[in-house]
Ligand binder design. Sequence first.
Ligand code: AMP
Length: 219
Amino acid sequence: MNIILLAPPAAGKGTQAKFLENEYHLNHLSTGDLLRQVAREDSELGQKVKETLSNGNLVSDEIIFQLIDHYMAETKNHQFLFDGFPRNILQAQTLDDILSERCEKIDAVFLLDVTEECLKKRITGRRLCKNCGAIYNVTEPSLKPKNESICDKCGHELYQREDDNEKSFEIRYREYKKQTEPLIEYYRKQNKLYSIDSMAKAEEVFHRITSIIEKEMIK
Ligand code: AMP
């Protein structure tokens, strides 16, 4: 089973990806996470990626394909959960080619549907754990940590992503509308698209996704 999570910024891709990874033992491939690792490197590439991430633009396809190639070649488990990739039509076509070379395909694409107003609210409230990567949101009662700066799971410090501010959000959302939204039609035509109303609590959104997986994919 290969799944894509398609969503605008701060719709909850990362949260759902963690739930799904645990439930179905999929390989969680987040291009955003891979890029944040590159951005921490002390190199010319690291610096370039860091700047692109903090201003909210998309990273070049060339860099993305290198990261994907490397990650997929190293991974033995062939069941992937793609989070934040593909982000444009060329990336989607390239992913189809990569999978077909492995005699695999995309089975389902879940579109996390959230209004722009709600995304703006969520983006400024998101907090992440520096140590275990747990995701919280201080504006949502169900995702709020007990203490705003400490991780409930491991007790380490929480931080806010550099691109989680209103200015970067405007650019990220504009990029999403222009480059990523055309993928909705791309996957709808292939009968692979499932649109999930994702304004509800994270657990409810997860339940909606798993109901579809159990009904349509696990027979
Ligand atoms: P995310 O963690 O998915 O919100 O991604 C954070 C940032 O990483 C985005 O705003 C982009 O700058 C970059 N990024 C992540 N995935 C991709 C991709 N597939 N193509 C281009 N840029 C990406």
